[in-house]
Every structure is written in structure tokens, then in C-alpha cells.
Design a protein around this ligand. Structure first.
Ligand code: ACO
Length: 428
């Protein structure tokens, strides 16, 4: 099999190397294309463009496969442990018992925010979007830890990662408490990652929230299933920002902003809004699907479709199963789950969705589950951010210590005016 592609441009023929990934994925290496031909490639939305080589996550969108560092996500379902998966993504292999203990200890000891940082929350209006607070506060963290701006050795990097993963959950919980005018609840060093987060969210000064095992497992699984997804919009953003030499905190804060959008992480909020609209009788599932197919309506079936998956998103499949299992125990018969199932049924048998290979994505069921655990809708994308953080960190580090990585700086095809003279204002 050839390991070069030949490109004919007028009279010229140039050879471009083929790069082959460990799972047989193939890419034409165009690094020298412009230098050799004066041409660039044009690929809006980057659907055909590889921005890097990466050893973190593998997706086969046609087969519905997702693996972290080679391990299928389904393998994490039996005893889901977000801390373990965070380590796996960041460090490359599953932690030994000692490594896991040390990492867990770090996640616990770094959970508090500097008291000075706590005051920053007061400056935000009560109704501030929690994603805005999250991004601003992750950036603010870098002011409190300037020593972590230059991360050159592995040890320093691991400390910075643990700080960030630990503190993001404290920031998220405080953003929620601030929005409700509730007192901030300090992290409890006796609790593990997920129960500690829910304690900071839901405990009262006079009454501690007790996290049921079922909720703890489901929340761990939700975070795990969001933990990485190769070069998605927010991760690419983290890499683009990091490529300029920006520090880990600044790069991840940018990732939060990218995730906020309704076509990315913000879709989990939109899914719930859609289900509630149908539930309140404004529309039937059939009407909604009809509207989503109408190109003039600008409505999309939220939680459906994916740039990479042209088959079932395996994360949606797993979350759908968890929802089926735990929802009746958490909140009885949830009508929104029935509506979601009906929408899924209609869409999966409709030629519009079949022809375009549109299947439920991770956001389709995550909102229903989060809602059943008491997480308010405006915190859904924040939950996604907590889950996605280890992926962002892993990608930032892979790029930071990689060789030959250049600042991200795409080119363009200019379509504006050709050269014309400046006209003074009194002559226009
Ligand atoms: N509802 C109705 N039609 C859809 C949907 C949908 N959810 N998704 C895609 N389509 C249609 C498009 O209108 C387009 O139709 P056309 O060929 O007739 O013009 C075709 O399917 C291809 O769609 P694109 O927008 O080109 O696909 P792309 O890969 O760019 O977008 C995306 C993927 C953004 C996820 C899209 O499917 C979408 O908007 N889905 C709804 C929002 C959502 O759930 N986002 C979460 C994604 S997962 C995540 O970020 C974690």
C-alpha cells in the first residue's frame, strides 16, 4: 500500500506523505503544501482537518467506539470512579493503588479556595450565568497560584492538575450557592470527590447532605463519560490557547467558554428545555420532530446528531440505560424520560434522521439524570465542564511537552475588497 498521496496541480505533481495512526486512521500530511505549491486547504469547521497527533482518546464514529488511553468506556461502568479516570487520561495509564491514594489525597487537600477568592463571588449578580462565573474563577485561580504558570516538570504539572480538578468543583458549588443566596459550605475532608461536591451543593449549615450510593455511582459515571472526546470544540480551544504559551488555568478557562455554546456542552440545557416544552403541552413529540426537520424553522432536535458519531453515541446508550435503572428509584415515573424515549423512537424511524445518520448524543439523557439528582438546569453545562476538565488538562500537557508543535494560526482565503484608496471624510 502506498505511503504517499500524489497531488496534481496544473503541470506540477507533488507527493504528500501519509500518516497512519495506531488504529489505522489515515491522514495526508500537508505541512509543506503551501511552501511547495502556494496553495492552502480550505475546510470550514475542520471536518477533514487533523490538528495534531494525540495518544489520549480514540473514537470510531461509525462503529460507536470511544476509548480512553485504549480502554473502552463501557469498562468503567461497573464501579465508576472519576478520579481514577482523570489520572488515566492525564498520566497515560491506570493509577497503582499508591498513586491513586496520593491523587485522592491531593484532590481532598486542595479543595478549599483561598478566602480572598471567595469574595470574588460577591461581585457577580445573583442571576449571573454559572458558566461565566466558572470561566472567570478558573482564570482568577491563576492569580492565586502564579507559581503554577510555568509548568515544566511532571511533578509540578500533577500538582497543578490536582488543584484545578479539585477546585473546579468548589467553584461550581459556590457559584450555585451564590445564585441562591445560600451560605458557602466548606469541603469536607472525609468525603470523596463526588459526595464532597454534592455536600458543598446541597448541605445546610445545620444539616449535612448524605449522598446515596446510587447517586454517587451515577454522577461518577456521568463525569467519566464527559471526561474526554478528542479534538472537540472546547478541547481544540484549550489547545489553540495553550499553543500561544498561555498557562493551564487560562487555557482551561477558554475551554469553559467554548463548551458554553448550545451546539456543544450547552446542548444539555437545550434538551431539557425542549422536553419541558413538550411536557407542558406546548407541542407533541411528533410536532417537535416535524419542526426540527423544517429548514426554515432553525429548530434542531437537541441532543441529536454529532460531528463524529454516525452511529449511536456510546455515551448516550450508557446514560439511557442508567436513566432507565435509577430514575424510577430517584423520582418515580419521570414524564420527561417518556418524552425523550418517544422522541428517540420517532427520530430513529424517520428517513430525515436515518439518511443524515443522526442519533442521540451524550446530552440527550444527561440532563434528565442531572435533574433527578437535584442539579438545576443552569448548572448542567457546569457539570459537563467538571467532567471534561481532565481531558482538557491531558491535551494541554500533551501539546505543551510535545515536540514540533507550533502556535495555532490557520490561514484564510480573503474575499474582501481589493486595494482601493482612502477617501477623506468630506469627500465620501
Ligand atoms: N436536528 C435536525 N437536523 C439536524 C440535527 C438535529 N439535531 N443535527 C444535524 N442536522 C441536519 C442539518 O440540518 C444538516 O442537514 P442538511 O444536510 O439537510 O443541511 C445535516 O443534519 C448535517 O448537519 P451539520 O450541522 O452539518 O452537522 P455538524 O457535524 O456540523 O453538526 C451538531 C453536529 C452541531 C452536533 C449538530 O448535529 C447539532 O446541532 N445537534 C444539535 C445540538 C446538540 O445536540 N449538540 C451536542 C453535540 S455533542 C457535544 O457537543 C457534547
Amino acid at each position: 500500500m502506498t505511503d504517499k498521496a500524489t497531488l496534481t496541480l496544473g503541470e506540477a505533481r507533488i507527493e504528500l506523505p501519509i500518516i497512519i495512526g495506531s488504529e489505522g486512521e489515515r491522514a495526508i500530511d500537508i505541512r509543506d503544501l503551501r511552501a511547495q505549491t502556494g496553495h492552502i486547504t480550505l475546510d470550514p469547521g475542520f471536518g477533514n482537518t487533523g490538528s495534531c497527533e494525540s495518544a489520549i482518546t480514540y473514537i470510531d464514529g461509525d462503529a460507536g467506539i470511544l476509548r480512553y488511553r485504549g480502554i473502552p468506556i463501557e469498562d468503567f461502568a461497573a464501579s465508576p470512579n472519576f478520579g481514577e479516570v482523570a489520572w488515566l487520561l492525564i498520566c497515560g495509564s491506570l493509577p497503582t493503588a499508591d498513586e491513586y491514594d496520593a491523587f485522592s489525597t491531593d484532590l481532598t487537600r486542595f479543595a478549599n479556595l483561598d478566602e480572598g477568592m471567595k469574595h470574588q463571588f460577591e461581585g457577580f449578580p445573583r442571576n449571573a450565568p454559572p458558566m461565566a462565573i466558572l470561566s472567570a474563577m478558573i482564570n482568577a485561580l491563576s492569580c492565586f497560584h502564579p507559581e503554577l504558570h510555568e509548568l515544566e516538570d511532571e511533578g509540578q504539572f500533577r500538582i497543578a492538575s490536582a488543584r484545578l480538578i479539585s477546585k473546579i468543583r468548589t467553584i461550581a458549588a459556590y457559584a450555585f450557592r451564590h445564585s441562591r443566596g445560600l451560605p458557602y459550605i466548606y469541603p469536607d475532608p472525609n468525603l470523596r470527590y463526588v459526595p464532597n461536591f454534592l455536600h458543598m451543593m446541597f448541605s445546610q449549615p445545620y444539616k449535612q447532605y448524605v449522598c446515596p450510593q446510587m447517586v454517587r455511582d451515577a454522577m461518577n459515571l456521568i463525569l467519566i463519560l464527559h471526561a474526554d472526546h478528542e479534538q472537540n470544540c472546547s478541547t481544540s480551544t484549550v489547545r489553540v490557547v495553550g499553543s500561544s504559551g498561555a498557562n493551564l488555568f487560562a487555557s482551561c478557562a477558554a475551554g469553559v467558554c467554548a463548551l458554553w455554546g448550545p451546539l456543544h456542552g450547552g446542548a444539555n440545557v437545550e434538551v431539557l428545555t425542549m422536553l419541558e416544552e413538550i411536557h407542558h403541552g406546548n407541542m407533541t413529540p411528533e410536532d417537535y420532530v416535524k419542526l426540527a426537520k423544517d429548514k426554515d424553522s432553525k429548530v434542531r432536535l437537541m441532543g441529536f446528531g454529532h460531528r463524529v458519531y454516525k452511529n449511536f453515541d456510546p455515551r448516550a446508550k450508557m446514560l439511557g440505560e442508567v436513566a432507565e435503572k435509577i430514575l424510577p428509584r430517584l423520582c418515580g415515573n419521570d414524564p420527561l424520560l417518556d418524552i425523550a424515549r418517544r422522541l428517540e423512537e420517532i427520530a430513529l424511524s424517520d428517513p430525515y434522521f436515518i439518511d443524515r445518520k443522526l442519533y442521540p448524543n451524550v446530552d440527550f439523557y444527561s440532563g434528565i439524570l442531572l435533574r433527578a439528582m437535584g442539579i438545576p438546569t443552569n448548572m448542567f453545562t457546569v457539570m459537563f465542564s467538571i467532567g471534561r476538565l481532565p481531558g482538557w488538562i491531558a491535551h494541554w500537557w500533551e501539546q505543551h511537552r510535545g515536540h514540533g508543535q507550533r502556535i495555532a494560526r490557520p490561514r484564510q482565503i480573503y474575499t474582501g475588497e481589493t486595494q482601493r484608496p482612502y477617501v477623506p471624510i468630506d469627500q465620501r
